[in-house]
Design a protein around this ligand. Structure first.
Ligand SMILES: Nc1ncnc2c1ncn2[C@@H]1O[C@H](COP(=O)(O)OP(=O)(O)OP(=O)(O)O)[C@@H](O)[C@H]1O
Ligand SMILES: [Mg+2]
Length: 229
């Protein structure tokens, strides 16, 4: 199986005051192209940190990250941003919508910046897909948490990414909306072959992915395939 993500010997340390805090240690795993993959573990175990490193949003202290055939450590920040724009979708745990842009603009502006001529139409279609056709012109502060999460989802889909990283994509949603969002994610995987890497506290969701990486205290506890084909 071709790999879309290869992580080797990753270590991440934060310094706070005069103390060094190692939050990820000796992390090695890879993700097949087109795979559905989940990362689980207790709060503070390093999941969000790991996802940020995988997507090239942050740099490790040691180890290597190969994303879409490129060694991220050999790219500068601009080159990493270019690779992200082209290949990567990211759904943040706290959404990170731009507060001064409407729902529609939050989805369309990144596309417009890439000179996409269908930016607005594409964005409207995506917002419709996540059930927000009547919220185009609302600002994030005028949207509920779950609605903001769905705008973030539409934005993550917008560039038709080859790999989508989602940090607790259903964390703020009721069961019914959560199920809709999950369906959208898995449909994207099936229809477009988008690789999914999902952080979740929801074991049921993790069990629907093909592989589960379990973290504890910044280390890999297990990395197992599930019965899902
Ligand atoms: N910028 C930072 N500076 C210092 N420590 C940090 C920083 N970011 C994260 N940490 C620490 O790293 C550890 C891992 O954080 P991370 O956000 O990756 O956890 P998580 O597994 O995503 O947790 P949760 O399930 O609560 O979202 C935590 O103990 C956190 O306090
Ligand atoms: Mg987190």
């Amino acid at each position: 199986m071709p790999k879309i993500l290869k992580i080797t010997g990753l270590e991440k340390t934060y310094s706070s005051g005069n103390k060094q805090l190692t939050v990820l240690e000796n992390i090695t795993f890879d993700v097949d192209k087109g795979q559905t993959f989940s990362i689980i573990g207790p709060s503070g175990s390093g999941k969000t940190t790991l996802l940020g490193l995988c997507a090239g949003l942050d740099e490790p202290n040691s180890g290597t990250i190969e994303l879409c055939g490129q060694d991220l450590c050999k790219l500068n920040e601009d080159q990493r941003a270019q690779l992200r724009n082209k290949e990567v979708g990211f759904i943040f745990q706290n959404f990170q919508l731009l507060p001064t842009l409407t729902a529609l603009e939050n989805v369309s502006v990144p596309l417009e910046l890439q000179a996409n001529k269908n930016a607005v139409k594409t964005s409207m279609d995506l917002l419709e897909k996540v059930g927000l056709a009547d919220r185009f012109h609302h600002y994030p502060s005028q949207l509920s948490g779950g609605e903001q999460q769905r705008v973030a989802l539409a934005r993550a889909f917008a560039n038709a990414p080859s790999i989508l990283f989602a940090d607790e994509p259903t964390g703020n949603l009721d069961e019914e909306t959560g199920e809709k969002v999950i369906k959208l994610l898995f449909d994207l995987n099936k229809e477009a072959g988008t690789t999914l890497v999902i952080i979740s506290h929801d074991l049921d969701l993790a069990n629907r992915t093909q592989q589960i990486l379990r973290l504890k205290g910044g280390k890999i506890l297990t990395n197992e395939r599930t019965a899902v084909l």
